[in-house]
Design a protein. Structure first.
Length: 497
């Protein structure tokens, strides 16, 4: 009797171990973004002959919504390149009050009017690959290297870091269990800004241009350039060249040489990584494709272009069935073959089950996000994003918080309004004294609009901003206004003149 009990305990232990391994596999697949998921499937099919793809549809690989852009590089002479850079700098200066202080926009370089066919999903070396290669040559601790790579992946396609460091610190703490202060994070960012091309990792246009000047050999000219960008940046953005020349006491020849060098600075350092990378340097492949109809109906699908449908090999299944039907007449060698066949078939079925679990989990999560953020998917206006945290989605789906976190990490959503990381849809809320919950992102957007529209000769104080926000329906405290203003990287009123 006791031997039977011992045997039963061992069988139960093996069962628990099997369940644990299956859960681990499911968690791993859920966390993978689409490209890595497809690679993981290919690896599993290679390792397990009992796992195979369903017969391919001849038209399966054709997707009318995604066509590879040609990977070409054009040679430009220095004059043409200089003209384009000057034009780009002019465009950047014209939008200095708008784009330079924008919250992170995850469009992969696309505007709303751009055709989706222009997004690049090729396998050529990406904008990030070139930066990561440089990181590999730096002497960094394991954690600092991980954080620097995270910062690189947070850059927009012009090479700017528009996401506030406070938000990135929160993401690292919540999703990656890395607790860093913004001061520590800024130190790592400074190391990133030492990479090529100069200006990479800047948070504003002013910082970007100053980083480029700092890389130049020290001279009287570079000192003058730094003075313009530091002391006369507002006049510089408005192209008040005569005002700058007079204030600095320069003659016409000196001023012309100075302004010529300033125009050579690159307002989009990310674009210097090469035309082959194209406008979508991030080479993002969306995991979800959301479609918004004109009547407000929102539907979505999982992007499965590179993911084959899986099945257990029929030959292995038939072989296993034959072995099992003739157990009594099996030789030792055939019994070993039976064991091998059964292991491979079981492993194949377990992997298929895990893939199906991933699909169900991702579908439930995206469905809940669309339900909670439906108005954003209808209108595409960031101000319509309501406060939403992992717990809200977990309650909608019945899934664990850790599962929602895994789904939301490193995945992208293609919408009618652009491509966004999944975590873009999550934001904290601000609860007013009356109990109303407001999105911090919405409040920050309203704050930014007020500052953009203010009289630059008489900028609004934090108290004045608080009153203006209150009139717009955002009754927040002055200290909260100061906090959000700092998170947006906007200086105090006296420095905005």
């Amino acid at each position: 009797m006791s031997q039977g009990q011992i045997q039963e305990q061992k069988q139960e232990q093996r069962l628990q171990q099997t369940v644990s391994q299956q859960q681990l596999l499911q968690s791993h697949l859920i966390e993978l973004p689409i490209q890595q998921f497809a690679e993981r499937i290919e690896t599993e099919m290679h390792d397990n002959p009992a796992l195979e793809s369903v017969a391919d549809d001849p038209d399966y690989s054709e997707n009318p919504d995604f066509s590879d852009s040609p990977n070409t590089t054009d040679d430009f002479d220095s004059q043409r390149e200089q003209e384009e850079r000057s034009e780009a700098l002019d465009a950047a200066l014209e939008s200095i009050g708008r784009d330079d202080e924008e919250l992170p926009v995850y469009h992969g370089g696309q505007s709303v009017a751009d055709d989706r066919e222009e997004i690049i999903f090729g396998q050529s070396q990406s904008f990030y690959d070139e930066l990561l290669e440089q990181v590999g040559e730096m002497e960094l601790s394991e954690q600092d290297r991980y954080v620097m790579e995270y910062l690189i992946r947070s850059l927009d396609d012009d090479g700017f870091l528009r996401a506030p460091l406070e938000g990135i610190a929160d993401e690292l703490a919540i999703y990656h269990n890395i607790d860093l202060s913004t001061v520590q994070l800024e130190e790592i960012l400074k190391k990133l800004q030492q990479l090529d091309p100069p200006g990479i990792g800047a948070r504003t246009l002013q910082e970007c241009l100053l980083l480029q000047v700092d890389r130049r050999e020290k001279s009287t000219l570079t000192s003058l350039m730094e003075q313009v960008l530091t002391d006369f940046f507002d006049a510089f953005t408005k192209k008040h060249w005569d005002k700058i020349r007079i204030a600095m006491g320069l003659n016409e020849t000196q001023a012309e040489a100075l302004f010529h060098e300033l125009r050579r600075l690159n307002p989009k350092p990310g674009a210097a990584m090469g035309e082959a990378i194209g406008r979508s340097m991030q080479q993002i492949t969306p995991d979800f494709i959301v479609d918004t109809q004109d009547d407000g109906t929102v539907t979505f699908s999982l992007n499965s272009d590179d993911v084959p449908q899986l099945q257990v090999s029929q030959s292995f299944a038939d072989l296993l069935k034959d072995y099992q039907n003739n157990k009594e007449g099996l030789s030792r060698q055939m019994k070993e073959a039976l064991l091998y066949t059964k292991q491979k078939v079981d492993a194949a079925q377990s992997f298929i089950d895990a893939v199906q679990t991933r699909r169900r989990t991702l579908t439930l999560t995206m469905k809940a996000i669309i339900k909670l953020q439906h108005r954003f998917f209808e209108e595409g206006d960031e101000a319509f994003l309501r406060p939403m945290i992992l717990k809200d989605v977990a309650q909608q789906t019945g899934l664990d918080l850790t599962t929602i976190s895994r789904v939301s990490n490193s995945k992208y959503v293609q919408t009618r309004w652009g491509i966004f990381p999944m975590k873009f849809f999550f934001s904290d809320g601000y609860v007013t004294e009356s109990g109303e919950e407001l999105s911090t992102r919405e409040i920050k957007a309203a704050l930014r609009d007020l500052i953009d529209a203010e009289d630059k000769h008489c900028p609004l104080s934090d108290d004045a901003l608080r009153e203006a926000l209150k009139e717009k329906g955002y009754p927040i405290a002055r200290r909260t206004v100061s906090k959000y203003r700092e998170q947006l990287g906007i200086p105090v009123a006296r420095l905005r003149k």
